[in-house]
Design a protein around this ligand. Structure first.
Ligand code: LMR
Length: 399
């Protein structure tokens, strides 16, 4: 069996980290995977997380299995974080929620649930473009992945008309994946008015909105503001599904901490949906790891630690915003013939540069700067020390 097995291609995002690690050039820069770095270019552990680690350690907890649905305190706090502490959906106990293996795991479990109850091969609409991994996640779950218009290369902005007309044209009761904030890879989000309009149109079509929320707090620096679209849809009466990740905003990448929830019409329905989610999870990975969930729960249950986390999350968002300004400034200073306004217009971890694949590969070859072939750069990897080099390298290829 193994002798016949062909070599598989490297992952378009994570494969870049391997290539970067092998590169011996001293000037190399990693702007591939979306993982925050401090201005020293090093992985960053939040002080609030360090404190939570100590608190958890001091409790000398055991290492028993969590239930299939994970650490209950974590899930409860995670849902309050997204839907809002006073969300009627939560107080009415009509949200089914479980801990998952970060956002990826939440998407995969939800994909399976859709395939199981809407039929294998039923469609999920994702934005064009979307996070590269969404497509295999939903395909592997048994869904057909269809794309809706999102990015307009002409304006380097949102194609809102295209989006709305694709939502209108889809069969009633379709499933739409929406990025809750800081769209990956484009960094372009609908405005609040556009979200409200989208909610209205989706309601009239009886579509199901499935939000992927990987950047709450990280997009604007304000976790409440970043949850705006989610809360608006719920307030408008949508029974949304929601994938949450705590990788970026809490810097807990390797802990694989996330949650999946489904807003239901009533508490009894939520019980039923929750039971089916657990049936999907059990043969997949039995139950999730507990440590990272305990850390998030420690922070979100403690007012002072939550405040500290919020300040740190904002500081990460602010450093990225400062790097956007610096990168654009350097490119403009070089008298580049292209407009780089979108670097500062876009939000979140990524900048969708508009570079073609050929240009991306040339920057990689000439300057040892690694970012994805679609021209997405992780702003989190840009620092005061490398921003000029990155700008010069991009300029050298794009003019
Ligand atoms: C990214 O888009 O770079 C991140 O979400 C990390 C990943 O798993 O792809």
């Amino acid at each position: 069996l193994w002798s016949e097995m062909p070599m598989g291609p490297a992952d378009p995002i994570l494969g870049l980290t391997d290539a970067f690690n092998k590169d011996t050039n001293p000037n190399k820069v990693s702007l591939g995977v979306g993982a925050y770095r401090g201005d020293n270019g090093k992985p960053f552990v939040l002080d609030s997380v360090r404190k939570a680690e100590k608190l958890v350690l001091d409790k000398s907890l055991n290492h028993e299995y969590a239930g299939i649905a994970g650490v209950p305190d974590f899930t409860k706090l995670s849902l309050a974080f997204a839907y809002g502490k006073d969300s009627p959906a939560l107080t009415e106990n009509r949200v089914a929620g479980v801990q998952t293996l970060s956002g990826t795991g939440a998407c995969r479990v939800m994909g399976e649930l859709f395939a199981r109850f809407r039929g294998t091969g039923s469609a999920i609409y994702v934005p064009n473009p979307t996070w590269g991994n969404h497509i295999p996640i939903f395909k592997n779950a048994g869904l057909e992945v269809k794309k809706y218009r999102y990015f307009d290369p002409e304006t380097v902005g949102l194609d809102f008309e295209g989006l709305i007309s694709d939502v209108q044209a889809a069969e009633d009761e379709s499933v739409f994946l929406l990025h809750a904030c800081a769209h990956n890879p484009t960094g372009i989000d609908p405005s609040q008015d556009q979200w409200a309009e989208l909610s209205k149109v989706m309601k009239s079509k009886k579509h199901t909105a499935f939000f992927d929320c990987a950047y709450q707090g990280f997009a604007s620096g304000d976790a409440e503001l970043d949850a705006w679209a989610i809360r608006r849809f719920v307030a408008d009466g949508h029974c949304i599904a929601l994938a949450q990740s705590f990788a970026k905003n809490f810097g807990l990448y390797g802990q694989r901490i996330g949650a999946l929830s489904v807003v239901c019409n009533d508490a009894e329905e939520a019980e039923r949906v929750g039971s089916q989610i657990k049936i999907v999870i059990r043969p997949m990975y039995s139950n999730p790891p507990v440590h990272g969930a305990r850390l998030v729960a420690e922070i979100l249950s403690d007012e002072a630690l939550s405040q500290e986390w919020s300040g740190e999350c904002k500081a990460m968002a602010d450093r990225i915003i400062a790097m956007r300004t610096a990168l654009r400034g350097h490119l403009e200073g070089l008298k580049s013939g292209r407009s780089w306004e979108h670097i500062t217009d876009q939000i979140g971890m990524f900048c969708y540069t508009g570079l073609t694949q050929e240009e991306v590969l040339k920057v990689r070859e000439d300057s040892h700067i690694y970012f994805t072939n679609d021209g997405r750069i992780s702003m989190a990897g840009i620092t005061t020390a490398n921003v000029k080099y990155v700008a010069k390298s991009i300029y050298a290829v794009t003019g």
